[in-house]
Design a binder for this molecule. Structure first.
Ligand code: PRP
Ligand code: URA
Length: 220
């Protein structure tokens, strides 16, 4: 649960702004940060995000015997998962989720914002046949108008994925995007590292960091 501009969003989780996270966010937002540092530090934040995402997966009780001969009442994850990076910037989060989930399937969805209108254009997706039986982590570092995320969720729902099985992992969000996604799909979860002030006239996030995909992949 988080509150943005006085509105409560039960399905929104924002990472605790620790001194570490503030420092990492400052590095990736700084226009003078070199590309290799941008990649290294945004990967660090992505790792914190996917670790937090795992906390929303269901678990069941599991009892084990320890090497002392005693019993430990613990837990284990229930269910299979699939990550869906939104190409292209979402690809930057793929390795972080592979590092924490060994048997994860990685699907992809190719959506690009039209630069003139900021509207999402869907090109293609590659999704496993059994995706409706999996918990799905949508990966995209930028949530601006929410158009790309909503197009992705629409595709997943058409394949039978329930909203309660969708977790959107995001690095920087605009309030407009959060409202657009959670009003359209109130059953999904969003996990983000920071919520910014809003959008500029070109639907870029302010203060934001610029075009994430261009910086990360070296096309700026
Ligand atoms: C960026 C970003 C999101 C989208 C966010 O991608 O990675 O997918 O814009 O904006 P929205 O919430 O208004 O839809 P873009 O289409 O620019 O392509 P890129 O990943 O190649 O940078
Ligand atoms: N995509 C980005 O990379 N940055 C923004 O601020 C908005 C969309």
């Amino acid at each position: 649960m988080a509150t943005i501009n006085g509105k409560e969003y039960p399905q929104l989780a924002i990472l605790k702004m620790t001194s570490q996270l503030r420092t990492l966010m400052t590095i990736i937002r700084n226009k003078d940060t070199k590309r290799n540092d941008f990649i290294f530090y945004s990967d660090r934040i992505n790792r914190l995000l996917v670790e937090e995402g795992l906390n929303y997966l269901p678990t069941r009780e599991k009892v084990v015997q320890t090497r002392t001969g005693e019993t430990y009442v613990g837990s284990e994850f229930v269910g299979k998962i699939c990550a869906v990076p939104i190409i292209r910037a979402g690809l930057s989060m793929q390795n972080s989720i592979r590092e924490v989930a060994k048997r994860i399937r990685i699907a992809h969805i190719l959506i690009q914002r039209d630069e003139a209108t900021a509207k999402p254009i869907f090109f293609k997706d590659w999704l496993p046949d059994d995706i409706e039986n999996r918990f799905v982590f949508i990966l995209d570092p930028m949530l601006a108008t929410g158009g790309s995320a909503n197009e992705t969720i629409r595709s997943l729902k058409l394949k039978g994925v329930g909203e309660d099985k969708i977790i959107f992992i995001n690095l920087v969000a605009a309030p407009e995007g959060i409202e657009a996604v959670l009003s359209a799909y109130p059953g999904i979860r969003i996990i983000t590292a920071e919520v910014d002030q809003g959008l500029d006239e070109n639907a870029y996030i302010l203060p934001g960091l610029g075009d994430f995909g261009d910086i990360y992949f070296g096309t700026d």
